[in-house]
Design a protein around this ligand. Structure first.
Ligand code: SAJ
Length: 439
């Protein structure tokens, strides 16, 4: 290696090791902001970059909008000058490292929407310079870093592994998780070259407890997809089991709880009204999209996607049957939905199956209302729907559907107030009543 290259790599290594490296984080959401805070906490100077000026202003005022970063924790880093935010990518010319943590949604056609990653990488490439470490964290299809990002930098004459260093590191943030936060979730990182991997691992080691280097960016990209595809397929399996048990008159919840007593070789998943969130329903389709190009059908993923996608219809069938047994048509009935967030105790409604359940019930002529302490209103078919108080609405309804099992709900009071309940989450596990219809 020529002496200039060694000095570029060596200088970056020294800056990282000495914590004088100036850190950049592009994308200040539920992934980027907690990461920024961990590096500021480790004493490095962090510049957050986001295209939304309102977010930048809020952060520079010391106010956090991310659930896992309380303002009282965040503000001191701004006051000490360890964190500042900007919309101006040109600051990258003065930075030593930059992480990309922008959204990678799927289009309706289940094709990856890489537009946020591409625009961020193009901006970074404009200001990239020898000695810059670039790490993509957004969940994406295997090959993205190598095939999409690498050329953007090399066409500017910057040799990866010599002038700049390029890695992928999957984000594993689980919003609201009380036990696992950014600092103590093991961090997988893989680089285009061994020097990239080594510098990426050294970088994360400055702020995070455990770093897991792997041999390439593609391995690192696949790790994340395996993790979330594993969940999606196993949720699909128990959802199919729920439909089988329903047909056979077997209590699927009792089956799973008993299976979960097996001390090895089993991991319980639970049936539900469908698959919500911005990870599990999305990430596996990045894998199937890419493998399709390689001529391999990801049949498990497609099948699990079909089963999980059919759960809202299954729930509505259960409601229809329950009302029918009470000699009531869905058409004209008032149905109250308890919980619309995509999973319990969070305020996120993205891809929530509750939205599908509500639309399907309305299509059958039902009058639908909802309660959710975390979600005051939802957008449905272009209109706003306001949440209402739970017990009053439940008492007035012909049927209540528990779609999200928030722990803040008083299930005994809900049972007392309701005429009929379809429980899609076994939230009333400890309650006995002929009014309860379980999934
Ligand atoms: N769900 C079921 N049955 C289950 C588990 C989940 O129906 O047994 C449903 C949930 O209700 C939700 C959807 O699946 O609608 C996704 O739930 P999730 O528990 O997987 O939660 P997410 O989407 O917040 O997933 C995140 C992921 N984190 C990252 O990608 C970094 C996932 O890898 C985590 O394992 C998961 O949090 C977690 O364990 O909380």
């Amino acid at each position: 290696m020529d002496s200039v290259a060694v000095s570029v790599e060596e200088k970056l290594r020294e800056k990282i090791r000495g914590k004088t490296a100036r850190v950049g984080i592009v994308g200040l959401g539920y992934v980027g902001l907690p990461l920024a805070v961990e590096f500021a906490r480790a004493g490095l100077s962090v510049t957050g970059i986001d295209v939304i000026a309102r977010k930048v202003e809020q952060l520079n005022a010391g106010v956090s909008y991310v659930q896992d970063v309380p303002t009282e924790v965040f503000r001191p880093f701004v006051e000490k000058g360890l964190f500042k935010a900007t919309t101006d990518f040109s600051v990258i010319a003065e930075l030593d490292t930059v992480n990309i943590a922008v959204p990678t949604p799927l289009r309706k056609t289940k094709d990856p929407d890489m537009s946020f990653v591409v625009s961020a990488a193009q901006e970074i490439a404009k200001y990239a310079h020898p000695g810059l470490l670039i790490i993509l964290e957004s969940t994406t299809y295997p090959g993205t870093t190598d095939e999409l990002l690498l050329p953007m930098f090399e066409e500017r004459g910057l040799k990866v592994g010599r002038d700049i260093f390029l890695c992928f590191s999957p984000e594993r943030v689980d919003p609201g998780n009380p036990k696992y936060q950014t600092i103590n979730i093991p961090k997988v990182v893989g680089g285009i070259t061994p020097a990239c991997t080594e510098l990426g691992a050294l970088f994360y080691a400055q702020a995070l407890e455990t770093v897991v280097p792997v041999s390439s960016t593609t391995v690192a990209e696949m790790v994340k997809l395996l993790e979330n595809t594993f969940r999606m397929i196993n949720i699909g399996l128990v959802n199919e089991l729920a439909m089988m048990c329903d047909r056979m008159g077997v209590n699927v919840w009792e089956v799973i709880d008993a299976a979960a007593t097996k001390p090895f070789g089993f991991m319980p998943f639970y049936p539900g009204p469908g698959l919500g969130g911005h990870c599990i329903p999305i990430d596996p389709f990045y894998l199937s999209w890419k493998t399709k190009q390689a001529g391999i059908e990801a049949r498990f993923i497609e099948l699990a996607g079909y089963i999980n996608g059919s759960m809202p219809h299954f729930v509505v069938d259960k409601v229809q049957d329950a009302l029918n047994n009470a000699a009531k048509p869905v058409n004209g009935s008032h149905i109250h939905v308890a919980g619309v967030a995509y999973k319990k105790n969070i305020d996120d409604v993205r891809e929530s199956p509750a939205l599908d359940v509500i639309l399907l019930l309305e299509k059958l002529g039902a009058k639908v209302s909802y309660s959710d302490p975390f979600i005051p209103s939802i957008k449905l078919d272009g209109r706003d729907m306001q949440g209402v108080e739970l017990l009053g609405a439940a008492a007035a309804a012909d049927c209540v559907v528990i779609v999200t099992d928030h722990t803040t709900f008083d299930y005994q009071a809900l049972l007392d107030a309701s005429k009929l309940i379809v429980d899609t989450r076994n939230a009333m596990k400890t309650l006995k009543s002929p009014k309860i219809v379980r999934l």
